[in-house]
Design a protein around this ligand. Structure first.
Ligand SMILES: NC(=O)c1ccc[n+]([C@@H]2O[C@H](COP(=O)([O-])OP(=O)(O)OC[C@H]3O[C@@H](n4cnc5c(N)ncnc54)[C@H](OP(=O)(O)O)[C@@H]3O)[C@@H](O)[C@H]2O)c1
Length: 268
C-alpha cells in the first residue's frame, strides 16, 4: 500500500494514540493532533522511535475553542495540498468545566461541532477520494437542539450521548451532500475500551484499546470501507448496522443540521 497522509485528532491518549502507533508502523505520514503542548511533545518523541518509517507532524489545538479549530485547519492547509484521511477521534465525556466561553456544552463543541467545522474546512484537501472517519459511540440519544445551542448545564452522559448521535447525523448529511466523495463514515470503536475516558467515566480498566485502533485503521484504509459513505459501523457487533433511528431520519437530520449551522454562525 502506498503511504497515506492522515490527520488524526486526539492522538495523545487512548484509542487515538494506539491508532497513531499502528499507522506509523505501517509507514504512513501521520499528522498528530493534541491540545496540550507538553503531552503532544512527549508523544511525538515516543512515537518517533517506532520502526516502520512513518513520518510525523504535530499540531496543537484546543477543540473546545473554535478559533483553535479554524487555526488547525489553516495550519494543515498551509502545509498540505491534499489529505488522504481525516480521523475525527478527539472526544470528551467528563470535564472540570463543561460550559465553554461561548456558553455551549463542551461535549457538543468537541465531539460534534469542532469535527464538523474541521471537516468542512479540509474538504478541498480531501477531494473526492479522501476519507473522513468520525468517532461515535454505542451511547446515542436524541439531540435536543436547544441544548446544543447552549442552555442549562447538562448531565455528562446525556450531553455525550446526544453529541455522539449528532456526529452520526452530520456524517450522513455530509455523505449525502457529497455523493462523489469523500467517503464519510461514523464508527463506534467498541464499548468500554481501556482509555482515560472510560477510567474516569466508569471507574473500570476496560477492554483492549487496540480493538478501537484496529477498526479506525480499517475504516481509514481498507477496501471494506471504500463504499461506506453515510453508513454507521458498530464495532460491538463487528459490522455496519443501523444507528439510533434518528440517525437515519432525514427530517430530524435536517433539523440538527440547521441547528449546527446556526450555532456555528455565532461562534466561528
Ligand atoms: N474508549 C471507549 O470505550 C470509547 C467508546 C466509544 C467511543 N469512544 C470515542 O473514541 C474517541 C477516543 O476516546 P478515548 O476513549 O481514547 O478517550 P481518551 O483516552 O480520553 O482520549 C481522548 C483524546 O481526545 C483529546 N481531547 C479531549 N478533549 C479535547 C479538546 N478539548 N481539544 C482537543 N483534544 C481533546 C484528548 O487529549 P488529552 O490527551 O490532552 O486528554 C485525547 O487525545 C472519543 O471520541 C470517544 O468518545 C471511546
Amino acid at each position: 500500500m502506498t503511504a497515506k497522509t492522515i490527520l488524526l485528532t486526539g492522538a495523545t491518549d487512548g484509542i487515538g494514540l494506539a491508532t497513531a502507533k499502528m499507522l506509523l508502523e505501517q509507514g504512513h505520514t501521520v499528522l498528530l493532533h493534541g491540545r496540550n503542548a507538553a503531552k503532544l511533545d512527549t508523544v511525538v518523541n515516543d512515537l518517533s522511535t517506532l520502526s516502520g518509517g512513518g513520518h510525523i507532524e504535530s499540531y496543537l489545538a484546543d477543540l473546545s475553542n473554535m478559533a483553535d479549530v479554524e487555526a488547525l485547519a489553516k495550519a494543515v492547509t498551509e502545509k498540505h495540498k491534499s489529505l488522504d484521511v481525516l480521523i475525527n477521534n478527539a472526544g470528551v465525556l467528563k470535564a472540570p468545566e463543561t460550559t465553554t466561553a461561548e456558553g455551549l456544552d463542551i461535549r457538543f463543541v468537541v465531539n460534534t461541532l469542532a469535527p464538523y467545522w474541521l471537516t468542512k474546512r479540509l474538504m478541498p484537501l480531501l477531494g473526492t477520494r479522501g476519507r473522513v472517519v468520525n468517532l461515535s459511540s454505542a451511547a446515542q440519544a436524541p439531540v435536543d437542539v436547544k441544548a446544543m445551542a447552549g442552555g442549562a448545564p447538562m448531565d455528562d452522559m446525556a450531553a455525550y450521548s446526544q453529541s455522539k448521535l449528532a456526529i452520526i447525523m452530520w456524517s450522513r448529511a455530509m455523505a449525502l451532500a457529497n455523493p462523489n466523495g469523500p467517503m464519510v463514515v461514523a464508527v463506534n470503536p467498541g464499548s468500554l475500551l481501556a482509555s482515560k475516558m472510560v477510567k474516569e467515566g466508569f471507574g473500570i480498566a476496560g477492554n483492549d484499546i487496540n480493538i478501537g485502533a484496529d477498526i479506525l485503521v480499517r475504516a481509514a484504509l481498507s477496501d471494506e470501507f471504500a463504499a461506506a459513505s453515510g453508513k454507521y459501523f458498530d464495532n460491538d457487533a463487528g459490522q455496519f448496522a443501523p444507528p439510533h433511528p434518528d440517525g437515519i431520519n432525514d427530517a430530524k437530520i435536517a433539523e440538527v443540521m440547521s441547528a449546527i449551522d446556526a450555532v456555528l454562525v455565532d461562534i466561528v
